[in-house]
Design a binder for this molecule. Structure first.
Ligand SMILES: *Cc1c(COP(=O)(O)O)cnc(C)c1O
Length: 369
């Protein structure tokens, strides 16, 4: 008999009876979308939980990227990382801007601030870094460059829910940050997302833009879009927020076990916690040095799969390798050696709140034996 399938992630789900009770209230009220009570409550609860001044909810994590670039009137060229989920670069393209790829720092997987200045041209107007795997970017170095050249900074913080540096939210960095609440993320609203901003004026403008640009019954203040979150998913999100700390702690325990077992395995490396950082353990990437480990990344990936343990080569291929983008000058592999090395050696191990010790052991057995 086949062994139970161990998936790379598993959604955090609210208790169904609790969710049903909330749905009953929504049915009674007959208010199912358009800034209802649950929507307002979830924005307030998230602002408090995340330690940020303003949250604007969205239907997914891609539309806040698109909307942030619109709201900040970003044009021309946008500097970004190839080591991310493809939506990061797509949002730049959908705004009619040109993505410019900069290599990553091999010690973090995030855009290397030391390589940003060389990529700036007179057409550059913004930087879009990603806190990959929820590991904080060097936000101070990035802000210094942005200030020097007058650039906007929009963080794709899709992986960074709840991440703090020295007690402060990473989401307060830059001009705006975006979150994804997709089913596969640490915190989910099935599909969903948010934009984090630092002042009331921007919050108001974003709220107009996500509702077609309406600033009242008869006034439209800009070419808006429709990306409003509905009441059902807001209610679901409120329930999930109550259990997200426990889920993050469960992930932490998985990370501890993986690290203990893999610490001295020749040819396998992974990230340790960073000092002063509250991590969310959203992913557990390992990196395989084929020569030292005696097996290539793809061979190990296939071996895991044959044992019904699903890892993910996340992020492989690089965004710069997709046909849509590989014609760009900055997509040349010689410009992105560290990103290529990481993409070619990574496997994200199963990581979620409900992994059992047996699941963890079966995953480790694939790697250790
Ligand atoms: C998940 C993700 C997105 C997109 O979020 P959706 O909610 O799926 O639209 C964007 N950027 C990164 C880095 C992601 O991981």
């Amino acid at each position: 008999m086949d062994k139970k399938l161990i998936t790379v992630t598993s959604p955090l789900l609210p208790n169904l009876d609790d969710f049903h009770a909330e749905l009953q209230k929504i049915w009674d009220s007959k208010w199912i979308t358009n800034n209802g009570d649950y929507h307002k409550k979830l924005e307030a609860a998230l602002a408090e939980y995340l330690k940020v001044p303003y949250v604007s909810l969205f239907t997914n994590g891609t539309l806040p990227l698109l909307t942030a670039l619109q709201a900040l009137r970003v044009t021309g060229e946008v500097i970004t990382t190839p080591y991310s989920f493809v939506a990061t670069t797509h949002s730049i393209w959908w705004n009619g801007c040109k993505p410019v790829f900069v290599d990553i720092d091999p010690t973090t997987g995030n855009i290397d601030p030391n390589k940003i200045e060389a990529a700036i041209t007179p057409r550059t107007t913004a930087i879009m870094p990603v806190h990959v795997y929820g590991k904080p970017c060097d936000t101070k170095a990035i802000q210094e460059i942005a200030d020097k050249y007058g650039l906007k900074v929009i963080y794709d913080a899709a992986h960074a829910f709840g991440v703090e540096v020295n007690g402060e939210s990473i989401l307060n960095a830059g001009d705006m940050s975006t979150l994804s609440f997709h089913a596969t993320k640490v915190y989910n609203t099935i599909e969903g997302g948010a934009l984090i901003m630092h002042d009331e004026k921007t919050k108001k403008r974003i709220d107009y833009l996500k509702n077609f640009g309406f600033a009242g019954e008869t006034e439209v203040v800009g070419p808006g879009i429709n990306s409003k979150m509905d009441e059902m998913r807001s209610a679901y999100g409120l329930l999930n927020l109550k259990q997200v700390d426990a889920a993050i702690e469960a992930r932490h325990q998985v990370a501890i076990k993986y690290r203990e077992a893999l610490r001295n395995v020749e040819g396998i490396t992974f990230f340790d916690d960073m000092p002063g950082v509250r991590h969310n353990y959203s992913y557990f990437p390992i990196f395989i040095d084929a020569q030292k480990y005696g097996m290539t990344r793809d061979e190990l990936y296939a071996k895991m799969k044959s044992q019904n343990v699903l890892g993910r080569r996340y992020f492989y291929p690089l965004i710069s390798e997709f046909s849509t983008y590989r014609g760009l000058e900055s997509a040349d592999p010689t410009n992105l050696p560290n990103a290529h090395k990481m993409a070619d050696s990574v496997i994200c191990l199963p990581m979620h709140h409900a992994l059992s010790d047996e699941d963890i052991q079966r995953t480790l057995d694939c790697i250790l034996k």
